[in-house]
Write a protein that binds this ligand. Sequence first.
Ligand SMILES: [Mn+2]
Length: 483
Amino acid sequence: MTTPSESNNNNNNNNKRPRTQLSSDANDAASKHPHMAGAKAAIEEGIGEHGRKYGGGVRQLTEVEEQVISHEKEAEKIVDSLPADDDKVPEMNLYMPQSLKNVIFCGHLVTDLDSIAGAIGAAALYGGVPASASKINSETKFALDYWGVPTPTPIEELLKERPDAGVCLVDHQQTSQMNPAIQADNIVGVIDHHALQSKTIVTEKPIYIDIRPWGSMSTIVAHTYLTHSRRPPKHIAGMLLCAILSDTLNLQGPTTTEWDRLVVAVLADIAGVDDIDKLASKQFKAKSKELANMSAVNLVNGDRKTFTFEASGFSGEIGFAVVETTDDDAILSRVDELLPELVACKKEKGLECIFLAVVNIVKLHSQLLLCGPTERALAEATFGGKYLNDDQSLMDLGGRVSRKKDYIPYMTKTINGGWKRPMGRGPSTVDVSQLGTLAVDPNDPHGKVTRQGSTLGKKLDRLREEDEEKKMEMDDDDDLLTI
Ligand SMILES: [Mn+2]
């Protein structure tokens, strides 16, 4: 494999998104690689280039679509170099640790998709048994169902049957994250992508260690398949793919590396994914059943699409994020955390407007988060919904539930009807230094992406206070949020 440069994806200021070109080479490759690294659907629809979607609004490629398209050729070359089936695996000189044969592969407690998929992938690769360290979450269940993979047996049960079995820890190496049924003496290996901190396991004998600073443990497993000229079976490729998307926040998280991007394109080809964006958003839907486990960054970026408008009164890009959940009260309690994140995302992505719709998928109604006066004006003109809180940052959208059918077409109508942003709004007073940076807490087994060092929340509080004062002075319902 060629070596991509190891750079983290901190380039959040790509206001100008690259537009896709479908070359004749790509047309040739299409017959051999019909899935186009997972971007078939996007390329065929002409999204980001020719597509005139939703009337006047043109949907841009999502981050994950852009990434797989830019790695498509390299990924296809790699897939071509693999034998078509495992019977024809060539003799190889690469080290395959015999100590991992027949062992149990187990991820961390409060287990997640990377831990489960990584255990399944590693067990298939090294010849062992996957285990679950704790009850699986809704996102993991989605991936297992989607790829038709049985849920791994709990580690306690496996160790009851085979108390002396070797254990290879995946996606963790700290004792605090280890299932207590695992004895330190039984550990024969670690495959992980977390920092080595104070609670790292201590072993008597040397063990197999594979720790790499990549976005997901599943990327390491997939890469080992490739370096050993092994083609992961379709369902394993699919599981690993979903796990990388999960840990890297659809390749947008700060820990994402070039290897994660390339391996996602390779796995999408092998797993036969035509529409990677659809897969990512289905997975996000499953995940958002458990809102408590998601950071504001994840909620704003998990299923956000960008639309470009060029109308007489307004031109520019509008971001529209959707969170589908069974528990929208959980969102209402986090509005103060979500508004600054929306403002930060708007600034970083160079958007004119950003919306977040919270859809209750049981009651089939939705609420719209509004982080500034432009958003409020556009939402009022489009939906005319009633505000649900004093500072007018939450609007009731009634029975509207679909971005494709209920939100964007009507917003497009408003904009094409000559809508203009509210008068007297100066340029945004947010500067980049207020945004903080995206980070992954090294102590969090989920690798949750959070924003640190942002002062936007404080600014929000201050503006609210100022607004209260102003209201008392003038009894004028001036715009509250000028950020
Ligand atoms: Mn992980």
